[in-house]
Design a protein around this ligand. Structure first.
Ligand SMILES: *Cc1c(COP(=O)(O)O)cnc(C)c1O
Length: 411
């Protein structure tokens, strides 16, 4: 593999201890050794010539097994997640599927209950068909020890922050218990990105991302990635990456790698914007409550300070609006900068009503037990100017609440 060597000059740091932004731009981004191209070409070829049987010209044979663009992207993610290895997949969901496929029939998994909907669907409707069973816990920090089944439990699955209520889990605490029993810990880090949180530093064994969200960041690629440092996981998951073949195209790898190079800039801006919006919502008479881990009112703020870069809250928040489901729907209808749409993590701001959209499949009583009320609005803050996002939020609140006639706390 061509290295990512940048000549160290004047006492410059070695590649290993470079900071996030420098790694985001340079890790896995070698200059083309033959043309000097600063940006790697997209290697669309599915097959690679061999000079004699079993002697390929370079490192590659067939694109499902590996290709230059996927290698580059995986190297960059490994560097940013403080991992030895990363493996890219065709979606976040394919990443989850491959990790679950790696477990033997009869295995048991303990998961936080408010996982991403597609993860919940895979756990309950697909993994069970292969003899892998999942127990969901609404308070995993308290009961993980009791839920572990000796010799059966192989994995603990955490999502922090959770979706859409932004609850946090103390990864170090869970990892200590899991590791005492020889169990691996997986953290879905999609909502924060490696810029804000590095789960492996807190004891997780595997970190997964829907690259579709913050890592690509431009709402134009569907992709996933897993990063870890264990050689045996590299062997097992790498085998399945090739054997199952749920791999991303070279073009998608190239696009996602391009997006990744500005992750630190986007994540900082999204945090600044979400913090401003969360504070304005908190001060509004039209709002019941705000879920944002970047402000002191968040019940798990101490975990954010411990686990997130500079206690940053990331770009996601949710809030309950006065006026019920009708007001929540109207709010999303009246925003002009925030687009009403599912998904998150792009440069453009989005909003949605989880109970009617992303979480509509969960029965109402279960939903409400997890804090997902009909009046909850989820917002993904992009990188527009904070003043415009604030003005948009406040005007949509006024319109939504006026229309449902519960303004100014008189309801
Ligand atoms: C979107 C998402 C996924 C699934 O990823 P896809 O790329 O859509 O398959 C998994 N986890 C979280 C937290 C997500 O937001």
């Amino acid at each position: 593999m061509v290295g990512t060597e940048i000549p160290a000059q004047n006492g410059a740091s070695t590649p290993q201890d470079r900071r996030f932004g420098t790694l985001a731009v340079h890790a896995g981004a070698p200059h083309d050794p033959t043309t000097g191209a600063v940006i790697a070409p997209i290697s669309l070829s599915t097959t690679f010539a061999q000079t004699s049987v079993g002697n390929p010209v370079g490192l590659y044979e067939y694109t499902r097994s590996s290709n230059p663009n996927r290698d580059h992207f995986e190297q960059a993610i490994a560097a940013l997640e403080h991992a030895k290895y990363a493996l890219a997949f065709s979606s976040g969901s394919a990443t989850t599927a491959v990790i679950l496929q790696s477990l033997a029939a009869g295995s048991h998994v303990v998961s936080v209950s408010d996982v991403y909907g597609g993860t919940h669907r895979y756990f309950t409707k697909v993994a069970s068909a292969h003899g892998v069973h999942v127990t969901f816990s609404p308070c995993i920090e308290l009961d993980v020890e009791e839920l572990i089944r000796p010799n059966e439990t192989k994995l603990v699955w955490i999502e922090s922050p959770s979706n859409p209520t932004l609850g946090l889990v103390d990864i170090e605490k869970i990892a200590a218990v899991a590791h005492r029993h020889g169990i691996l810990v997986v953290v879905d880090n999609t909502f924060l990105s490696p810029y804000v949180q590095n789960p492996l530093d807190h004891g997780a064994d595997i970190v997964v991302h829907s690259v579709t969200k913050y890592i690509n960041g431009h709402s134009d690629v569907l992709m996933g990635v897993a990063a870890f440092s264990s050689d045996s996981l590299k062997e097992r998951l790498g085998f399945l990456q090739n054997a199952i073949g749920a791999v991303p195209s070279p073009f998608d790898c190239w696009l996602a790698h391009r997006g990744l190079k500005t992750l630190h800039l986007r994540a900082r801006e999204a945090t600044t914007n979400a913090t401003a919006v969360a504070k304005a919502l908190e001060a509004s008479p039209h709002v019941i409550s705000v879920n944002y881990p970047g402000i002191d009112s968040h019940p798990h703020r101490a975990i954010a300070i411990k686990q997130h870069r500079q206690g940053m809250g990331g770009g996601m928040l949710s809030f309950r609006i006065k006026g019920g489901q009708e007001a929540a729907h109207l709010f999303c209808k009246h925003t002009k900068v925030f687009t009403l749409a599912e998904s998150l993590g792009g440069v453009e701001s989005l909003c949605e009503v989880p109970s009617s959209m992303t979480h509509a499949g969960i029965p109402k009583d279960q939903r409400e037990a997890a804090g997902v009320f009909d009046d909850l609005v989820r917002m993904s803050c992009g990188v527009e100017d904070a003043e415009d996002l604030l003005a948009d939020t406040l005007q949509a609140l006024e319109k939504a609440v006026a229309a449902t006639k519960v303004g100014n706390g008189t309801a």
